[in-house]
Ligand binder design. Structure first.
Ligand code: SRM
Ligand code: SF4
Length: 556
């Protein structure tokens, strides 16, 4: 009896036939009859760091007028380790104003994205970025995405060395196709000659998106264990020895599909720094060869690991690299929050972490954050480092320039906002959700600040206003704000309704659990009021809210 043929999914077919991610993107782009791209090209577009979207707030109005949806594009930059210079920021500021909505969105993976770019403005936008050596290659799609790294240089005297691995890993895992340069930057085509097959991605690329992060203990600002690969820097006597490696982290789930689940990464051993690039590369090839290519809901590395077993996965990587994993070294995380305001590194340079609520940089309601950051960039005296908590660090400032930067932050009220925002607000993260995300079931970044206003009132009522409780909200179960690893997680189920998750720890080593389903605002506030009351009375010493809700037996 012959074995049944595996069914090729549409995504796999589109990738296979794409001629190195080119598809018919160039032709689609020229079609002036629609603001949209052909459907296969929309899929390929992601590998170039872009998404086709439409303004969901205007769908009904446009449908009534029999107009096509108001299509536009989101472009996400690839910024390994999240650092750009002042010249880049100024360019970004200008492009955001000229070609996009004006808002610069700092994402939960330490990069930025612009929304609302019309089809005709894609090429000019990519060209403007290219002029300052920024690109969006592989910022999305079934490839390795932006490599993140602990953001603040004052975390370690050898920060620069650890940070450099983000760039090296990103480069070693970039797709080799020149499609991006041909389509968006008019690079001359490679005659009719076929490009050589990509040695890593072949013609099918990975089964699904792939994410890598680097953390410098005790800081876990990158939420290391939520990544497909987590590299935990092991530093002894100020010398980088290598990395503990975790595999199989990932958060996306689907409501009503019990086969999907969030998973935190498993630490499988220690690798000396000289071998780390090779080991990372082969962890990716094992996922490429063994990952599920039939069901995209079950194709992330976490499912491959659970299907094959950790021991098998590890042995396969050892076989391919010829390098054995050593026993994992001791490490300890103590925090995931950003260190707001000024911090100084061992070399004496200064870094100022600006609080950016939900990563949205814009001038709004008299608060001129975007203008302030432009003015900082124009001094050329600070670089910009994005954090996975959606904030920005004005960084690498010489002592002689500190006052100049501070005076700008004071003038525009940025220092006041950063100092005076409540601890819970500074520990809040929301995903984009409506109106651009096509997968959103509920609001994210437009609603969380309003809800936090009300939660602040409850915390004050119970004398808990100084508690830095982490709260994260997403408009759907995909988990873009990492809500499954926060002390209070709110996961959208329908417009105005959220599942309430509780019980994750402060350090990012334990997932939370679903406590109640489909709560509206009144019900969320009612539950929190009750829990905060119990917390203020019954907590053990300095116990965190997450540890408290995990301990008292309310979560199954
Ligand atoms: Fe995400 C899909 C936004 C971080 C899990 N994510 C999307 C899309 C592209 C929707 C889509 O596919 O059409 C969202 C675009 C919204 C918009 O309008 O801009 C989107 N994700 C984001 C960002 C911008 C959220 C934010 O507000 O910061 C983050 C961009 C990060 C970056 O710079 O690369 C973002 N997404 C994450 C994270 C957090 C992380 O990586 O640390 C996760 C959970 C971790 C993980 O991957 O498991 C995440 N996004 C997803 C998923 C679920 C994947 C899964 O395994 O099931 C999807 C849906 C999908 O891939 O099918 C998704
Ligand atoms: Fe969109 Fe869902 Fe991600 Fe939020 S969590 S940005 S709603 S995909």
């Amino acid at each position: 009896m012959s074995t049944p043929e595996k069914k090729e999914s549409l995504a796999e077919k589109v990738k296979r036939l794409s001629r190195g991610l080119r598809g018919t993107l160039a032709e689609s782009l020229k079609d002036e009859h629609t603001g949209s791209l052909r459907s296969d090209d929309q899929l390929l577009l992601k590998f170039h760091g872009m998404y086709q979207q439409d303004d969901r707030d205007r769908r009904d109005e446009r449908a009534l007028k029999k107009l096509e949806r108001l299509y536009s594009f989101m472009i996400r930059l690839r910024i390994p380790g999240g650092m750009i210079g002042p010249v880049h920021w100024e360019a970004l500021h200008n492009v955001a104003g000229q070609n996009a909505t004006g808002t610069i969105k700092i994402t939960t993976r330490q990069t930025v994205q612009l929304h609302g770019i019309l089809k005709s403005k894609i090429k000019p936008t990519i060209k403007a970025f290219d002029q300052v050596f920024l690109d969006s290659v592989a910022a999305c799609g079934d490839v390795n995405r932006n490599v993140t790294c602990t953001a603040n240089p004052s975390t370690s005297p050898i920060y620069k060395e650890v940070f450099s691995y983000a760039g090296e890993i990103s480069r070693s895992l970039l797709p080799k196709t020149r499609a991006y340069y041909e389509i968006w930057l008019d690079e001359e085509k490679l005659a009719e000659k076929e490009e050589p097959l990509d040695p890593l991605y072949k013609d099918l690329y990975l089964p699904r998106k792939f994410k890598i992060a680097i953390a410098i203990p005790p800081y876990n600002d990158v939420d290391i264990l939520t990544n497909d690969i987590g590299l935990i820097a092991i530093i002894e006597n100020d010398v980088l020895q290598g990395f503990n490696v975790s595999i199989g982290g990932g958060l996306g789930t689907t409501h009503g599909n019990p086969d999907t689940y969030p998973r935190i990464g498993s630490v499988i051993g220690f690798v000396p720094k000289k071998d780390i690039l090779k080991v990372v590369y082969e962890i990716v090839t094992v996922q490429r060869d063994f990952g599920n290519r039939e069901d995209r809901k079950l194709s992330r590395l976490k499912y491959t690991v659970d299907r094959l077993g950790l021991d098998f996965y590890k042995a396969e990587v050892e076989k391919r690299t010829g390098i054995g994993f050593e026993k994992a070294r001791d490490f300890k995380f103590t925090t995931r929050t950003d260190e707001f305001g000024w911090s100084q590194d061992k070399a004496g340079n200064w870094h100022y972490t600006v609080f950016v609520e939900n990563g949205r940089v814009l001038d709004e309601n008299g608060y001129l954050l975007k203008t302030a950051l432009l003015e900082v960039s124009k001094t050329r005296r600070a670089v910009f480092r994005f954090t996975c908590n959606q904030n920005v660090i004005l960084s690498d400032i010489f002592p002689k320039d500190k006052d100049t930067i501070e005076s700008i932050l004071v003038k525009y009220g940025v220092h006041k906002k950063t100092t005076e925002a409540s601890p819970i607000r500074k520990n809040s993260i929301a995903c984009v959700a409506l109106s651009t995300c096509s997968l959103a079931l509920a609001e994210g970044q437009r609603y969380l600040p309003i809800l936090v206003d009300k939660i602040e009132g409850l915390l004050s009522k119970h004398n808990l206003q100084s508690e830095p409780i982490s709260i994260r909200m997403t408009g759907c179960p995909n988990g873009c704000a990492r809500p499954y690893i926060s002390e209070i997680g709110l996961v959208g189920t329908a417009y105005g309704k959220y599942n309430l998750h509780l019980g994750a720890d402060w350090e990012g080593m334990r997932l939370n659990k679903k406590y109640k389903e489909n709560l509206d605002e009144t019900a969320i506030l009612g539950e929190l009021d009750n829990l905060f009351g119990r917390f203020s009375k019954d907590r053990n010493g300095k116990e965190s809210f997450g540890d408290f809700t995990n301990r008292i037996g309310i979560l199954n």
